[in-house]
Design a protein. Structure first.
Lengths: 312, 489, 285
């Protein structure tokens, strides 16, 4: 009798294999692979092709002749490209580091809760589930210097009101705050899960040995959490450098170009100027960087799974 | 029942029109007067949220009349350019009728995205179009390029100037102003005066305004200084008034000329400090909001079509009166949202019928009745129409003056003709905003803008405006605002 | 069993927790509150904390802004793409878990297909759907521009890598012995998959479904560029409240609430598996 309670056919006999395991495995992956191959490879090659040509879709040139590495050279020499890359880096470093520190702190805090831990964890998920394009607009309303609730709260407390999205010094930090709001729970919940899956024995032994909290953290907790922390860092980093919806909703890249990240700049080149040559070249450079990061993520994921397998 | 009555009215009106119209030229096959047997859907892309009720109503009447379908696709203005261009570039023909802004006219025409309308106009019944009724300044600025007509306008956003006339006419304020600045407080005739007024009316909490103590800061001016296209509209209004062009006659960028830099500096150094902090993220609606909250005394060059929203201040701020005038020099962003025909359209003849209809005198009158800023002179100057409609049409008199001035002076900015206009518009947005917010110094921002302009044009830009002919004025003409036409409360 | 007493440390902890909850939940509260505010109360200085709730904003969103259609489109596109992802994903993921074709390289490649910035691929996608949309198959399957089929395909492609990776960890958890014993009982491999493995992987399938729904529902850029009005989805619709009167924050908040709340409910229901989903299966929740 099998799992579903039905009588099995020809119980006890080993059936002859219709096709080999290898072919079977290939057959199973065929639908997914075909879909991905066609829809990922075709655009990739299209973009690679365009990146080596002069492409100006709204001019008479259209998709023009091949120009070798000119587009890549242009991108790498273009100060606007580097500035938007710099802003992306500033954003990513700022946002991700705050999210990591805050997230780890929250994870430790949650781990020590004796009541309602489940409910608190559930509530913390809500920011992650919201579409940045939509909730970003709500945040823009909340950041409004005249009618926004954040300034309203500041005013009620007697503190000076700020021009969150209009002041060049505050615009990027305000975007970072939005990202921290949305993604710190991501870090917190993952680190919490990691914490809760740590084995108890080393900690009990350390307690018996009379180790201080600081020593436990330094020698035991963080080293054991390292794979999870690395994974969460890489996952956040990959997403942070691709931020687009939030910038569009919050600032349109402004004031001036203060929050124009690489993806937003890419959007301008591709969709306002229709210079697909530059856009493709930059995109491929970007893809290269992201793939390298993903490799690192992969190794972290493998390490985490190996750890789990080892302990199991 | 109401539907049938309306139908009847339309038929009667059309019959009357037909009877009154002069002898029409024989219509060749280009414009069939009877609907073809097959089902046709005409798709029009237009700016979202702008009098769409009116557009839907007009479309419905047209559908009933012709038996064809009309689909109106609404697109947010910030995305209108790329959403339409991607269809052009992809040769989809998805939109039969498209909407373009002044800055995009040359680009769309030059790239072959639009059908020239001259033949269509010539072949149509003039009474249906009444082409001469559309203000010549708008025809030239929004419709003509390289001698042909590329669209018909339906909504003009030509800029003027709004101010709190109750403040400007308060005796104490007037006395104080004259004492401080040496000339009477009145509608500013230069941007220096705008700056003086902005400074004068910028009051802190505790100061008095119109004899009463303020419990919040009051600002001298409202500005659209955020990263939206509107900042360029305000900025260029200052530059054009002084005869400074974005693109010089030889096609090179004019933004790094000392005179131009002075204009930008005037905006950044003398206007922005007296505007609410929200100016740095503002578009037009925020300025209207500020006026209606009683926070500002005046605007800079501002879209006259916002009058119906602006005038509501009078209900929301006790004692306030809003007046509409022309901005200093009256050389501003003169233009309209214009409907053009997609060259890829699968049924241009039918699309033309709808385009004619919605920009035609009848639909435009309905538009004006609903508060829309029409482009038709007959409606703009219809005194009977205006007499009872201050709240909807109080801006028509200054609008006419600005348009008349532009047409008589024959000074149209070179920018209106440059084929890379759409791209340059986007760059201006970024760099003017960089200057106003202080992200870059005025010189640095304008140098970046000049570089960007040259990048897009690939050298000096093409400025095909020879058709303006000998009358073309390379410099702006002097202007005095005639206040006798102002519609007061 | 010791009695749990509330200590000073607990007080500190729970105070911090409450502060955290306020920080993370306040914007959501404000969004929902604004959606129920009468229009004059939306743009006030200072902001209004108490007001008479009204449904006016929701009515506007549904009647004037055609929101019901956007919701319908989002639902159709998300649900269908999720189903396709689950079918193709389960098959592929199971194969990777059990037989590992491609020795990990293929799986890695699949993961990296998500990494390409959308702008570079949008024109090829546009071209593909424009061309396909004109063919008979394209019309039958609704695969053209401004047709839901196009977005279904896009989201399937985007979510397949996530699904394959996520399901991979769930399939690996199922002991091989169960499958082997079923095979000894005489079942074919497909029957084993259908009868033994999939029921055991049900939680994983549920989690994958939720994440696919979440990412499809929240996606903006492809929906924006590949649809016009008929197939427009809810995230694109939220941005469409800028009128000649200005941004209508009340209806916009209503729209954002409708866009955001369903996904939040989903996330709450399956919060047990959220962590696993977010880490592509690497970390157990």
């Amino acid at each position: 009798m099998d799992m579903t309670g039905k009588k099995a056919p020809a119980e006890g006999k080993v059936r002859k294999r219709a096709i080999s395991d290898v072919w079977y495995s290939v057959l199973l992956i065929t639908p997914a692979t075909l879909i991905i191959l066609f829809f990922a490879l075709f655009p990739l090659f299209y973009a690679i092709n365009l990146s080596f040509r002069h492409v100006d879709l709204t001019s008479a040139v259209g998709i023009g002749p091949y120009v070798g590495l000119d587009n890549y050279r242009f991108a790498l020499n273009n100060k606007i490209f580097w500035e938007s890359a710099r802003r992306t880096l500033i954003f990513a470093v700022g946002a991700v580091s705050i999210e990591l520190v805050l997230g780890v702190a929250i994870a430790f805090l949650l781990n020590q809760l004796r009541w309602f831990q489940g409910i608190v964890r559930s509530l913390l998920i809500l920011p992650i589930a919201s579409a940045p394009a939509a909730v970003g607009l709500v945040w823009r309303y909340m950041y409004h210097p005249d009618f926004g609730v954040y300034n309203g709260i500041l005013a009620a407390l007697g503190l000076p009101e700020q021009n969150w999205l209009g002041d060049v010094r505050l615009a990027m930090p305000s975007v970072i705050v939005f990202d921290v709001w949305q993604w710190t729970p991501f870090v917190a919940l993952i680190v919490l899960a990691g914490l809760q899956s740590l084995p108890k024995e080393p900690f009990e032994a350390a307690e018996l040995d009379g180790a201080s909290t600081w020593q436990v953290l330094r020698r035991l907790t963080f080293p054991m959490l390292a794979p999870v922390l690395t994974l969460v860092f890489v996952l956040r980093a990959i997403d942070a450098i691709r931020l687009y919806d939030a910038i569009l909703s919050l600032t349109h890249g402004g004031p001036g170009t203060a929050t124009e990240t690489l993806t937003y700049h890419l959007y301008r080149i591709g969709m306002k100027y229709f210079r697909l040559d530059h856009a493709s070249a930059i995109s491929l450079l970007f893809l290269y960087v992201t793939v390298v990061f993903t490799l690192v993520a992969l190794r972290s994921m493998m390490r985490v799974q190996a750890e789990r397998a080892r302990r199991a | 029942m109401l539907g049938k009555l309306r139908w009847l009215l339309i038929v009667v009106l059309l019959a009357l029109l037909a009877a009154c119209a002069p002898a029409a030229t024989p219509a060749p096959e280009a414009t069939p007067t009877s609907p073809p047997p097959e089902e046709v859907t005409i798709t029009m892309s237009t700016i979202a949220g702008f009098y769409t009720d009116w557009a839907e109503e007009v479309a419905k009447e047209f559908e009933e009349e012709t038996g064809w379908n009309v689909e109106i696709v609404q697109i947010d203005f910030s995305q209108l350019y790329e959403k339409q261009v991607i269809e052009f570039v992809g040769d989809t023909g998805a939109y039969d009728i498209i909407t373009y802004d002044v800055g995009w006219k040359a680009e769309f025409a030059n790239s072959g995205y639009l059908l020239a309308l001259d033949d269509y106009i010539a072949a149509s019944d003039p009474a249906e179009i009444q082409f001469e009724d559309i203000h010549p300044a708008l025809i030239e600025g929004s419709c003509r390029w390289k001698g042909k007509v590329w669209g018909l306008p339906f909504y003009t956003f030509t800029m003027g100037y709004f101010y709190r006339c109750d403040l400007f006419e308060d005796p104490d304020e007037m006395a104080a102003f004259e004492a401080e600045y040496g000339y009477p407080l009145d509608i500013p005739e230069t941007y220096d005066q705008v700056a003086d007024i902005a400074e004068f009316f910028h009051r802190q909490s505790g100061d008095t305004l119109k004899g009463e103590a303020l419990d919040e800061e009051f600002y001298g001016i409202g500005l659209m200084a955020g990263r939206f296209p509107h900042v360029q509209d305000e900025m260029m209004s200052i530059a054009w008034t002084h005869g400074n062009q974005l693109i010089k006659d030889d096609g090179t960028p004019g933004v790094t000329e000392p005179a131009f830099l002075e204009d930008v500096s005037l905006y950044v150094d003398r206007l922005v400090p007296h505007a609410p902090p929200g100016a740095l993220t503002s578009a037009y609606d925020e300025v209207v909001g500020q006026m209606r909250q009683g926070m500002i005394a005046q605007t800079a060059a501002f879209y006259l079509d916002q009058w119906p929203n602006m005038v509501k201040t009078e209900d929301e701020v006790p004692g306030a009166e809003i007046c509409a005038a022309a901005s200093p020099g009256a050389h501003t962003w003169v233009g309209a949202l214009t409907l053009g025909m997609n060259a890829d359209s699968k049924h241009p003849d039918q699309a033309w019928e709808f385009l004619k209809w919605i920009t035609g005198p009848e639909a435009q009158r309905k538009f004006a009745e609903g508060g829309g800023s029409t482009c038709r002179v007959s409606i703009l100057t219809d005194q009977e129409f205006l007499a009872t409609r201050r709240l909807a049409a109080g801006h028509f008199p200054p609008l006419m003056q600005v348009l008349d001035h532009e047409a008589s002076c024959n000074f149209y900015p070179n920018y209106y003709y440059v084929p890379q206009g759409g791209k340059i518009y986007d760059e201006e947005t970024a760099y003017f905003s960089a200057a106003t917010s202080g992200e870059m110094s005025v010189e640095e921002a304008m140098q970046n803008l000049a570089d960007a302009i040259e990048g897009h044009c690939g050298g000096p830009c093409e400025v095909p405006n020879d058709h303006l002919g000998a009358d073309y004025s390379p410099v702006p003409c002097p202007f005095t605002f005639d206040r006798s036409t102002m519609m007061r409360k | 069993m010791q009695a749990k007493t509330f200590t000073m440390a607990d007080l500190v902890r729970y105070t911090l927790v409450i502060a955290l909850l306020i920080f993370f939940l306040f914007p959501i509260y404000w969004m929902v509150a604004t959606s129920f505010k009468p229009p004059p109360d939306v743009l006030t200085r200072p902001p209004k904390w108490t007001f008479e709730p009204t449904l006016v904003n929701y009515i506007y969103a549904f009647e004037e802004a055609n929101f019901a259609m956007f919701i319908k489109n989002s639902l159709i596109v998300s649900l269908i793409s999720t189903i396709l992802v689950l079918v193709a994903g389960c098959l592929a993921s199971y194969s990777f878990a059990r037989y590992n074709p491609g020795a990990g390289h293929l799986m890695f490649f699949i993961l990296t297909t998500r990494m390409m910035p959308a702008i570079a691929v949008i024109i090829p996608f546009f071209v593909i759907f424009k061309t396909v949309g004109g063919t008979a198959i394209g019309r039958a399957l609704s695969l053209g521009l401004d047709k839901p089929g196009a977005l279904v395909v896009c989201y399937t492609v985007i979510n397949l890598p996530l699904a394959i990776w996520l399901l991979h960890s769930f399939f690996q958890d199922i002991p091989v012995e169960l499958e082997d014993s079923a095979r000894l009982d005489g079942y074919s491999r497909l029957q084993v998959l259908w009868r033994v493995v999939l029921p055991l992987a049900a939680p994983g399938i549920a989690v994958t479904a939720i994440f696919c729904l979440l990412f499809s529902w929240n996606e903006f850029l492809f929906a924006f560029l590949l649809t016009r009005d008929v197939a427009r989805t809810i995230t694109v619709g939220v941005a469409g409240f800028w009128t000649q009167r200005g941004i209508l924050w009340g209806p916009l908040s209503a729209a954002a609430t409708v866009c955001v709340v369903p996904m939040m409910i989903f996330a709450l229901l399956l919060q047990r598996y959220i962590v696993r989903g977010l880490t592509f299966g690497a970390v157990r929740g």
